[in-house]
Design a protein around this ligand. Structure first.
Ligand code: ATP
Length: 204
């Protein structure tokens, strides 16, 4: 089985590329969705987070107050690391469960859409790894347009991540997404050919 890693920076176009894969019948495991599941009330991840951050981060119904937790960890790098470290094992387990389900359904090529591919070292499981890349100006403009946020807020969110230019150097395949959506679709078709080429014997 081939697990293709798909990553990039905030607002660089991962979800757009992920939708292109789905529209070509390639299944996508979305790490953000898995990360949501591991925080659901009563799960192992939920218990760890309540132990570490206290019951103050819970809503009245017992679910984690995500905006509140987000605010806490985005204003404190140390706390962000604590949260990432606590949840990482649950997230990788959840991802592997999703991958195995797809493998059992007979899929030979799947895509793992994961913003923190390199940071959490999941790239050791993926080949090839794709980075959706845009220059910093385009990234800033698209992020502000999509989320309706200020330039300062958008810059802060970009700066909180591993630099996109560094991710680009770690990629097997770079999708340049500075152009129009039409150009992206054309670039994508070339990448699709590469990732769907027949498996080598080591991938079986
Ligand atoms: P996040 O990490 O925040 O989830 P992302 O990497 O998934 O972001 P997208 O949501 O796919 O990024 O794209 C960011 C915004 O840019 C969206 O509004 C999307 O419609 C737009 N966009 C993506 N590619 C292009 C393009 N080539 N031309 C114009 N707009 C684009």
């Amino acid at each position: 089985m081939r697990i293709v890693g798909l990553t990039g920076g905030i607002g660089s176009g991962k979800s757009t590329v992920s939708n292109l894969f789905k529209s070509h019948s390639i299944p996508v495991v979305d790490a953000d969705l898995v990360a949501r599941d591991v925080l659901k009330k009563g799960t192992g991840g939920w218990k760890k987070v309540v132990e570490a951050f206290g019951e103050d981060i819970l809503q009245a119904n017992g679910e984690v107050d995500r905006p509140k937790l987000g605010y806490i960890v985005f204003s404190d790098h140390g706390k962000r690391q604590v949260l990432n470290r606590l949840l990482a094992p649950y997230i990788s387990q959840g991802i592997f469960q999703e991958v195995i389900k797809l493998w059992m359904k007979g899929y030979k090529v799947i895509v793992l859409d994961i913003p923190l591919l390199f940071e959490v070292k999941m790239d050791k499981w993926t080949s090839p790894t794709i980075v959706v890349w845009v220059d910093s100006e385009t990234q800033l403009t698209r992020l502000m347009e999509r989320d309706g946020t200020s330039m300062e807020d958008a810059k802060n969110r970009i700066d909180a991540q591993m630099p996109l230019d560094l991710k680009k150097t770690k990629a097997d395949i770079v999708i340049d997404n500075n152009g129009s959506l039409e150009e992206l679709k054309e670039n994508f078709l070339e990448v699709l050919k590469l990732v769907t080429k027949p498996l080598t014997w080591t991938e079986f």
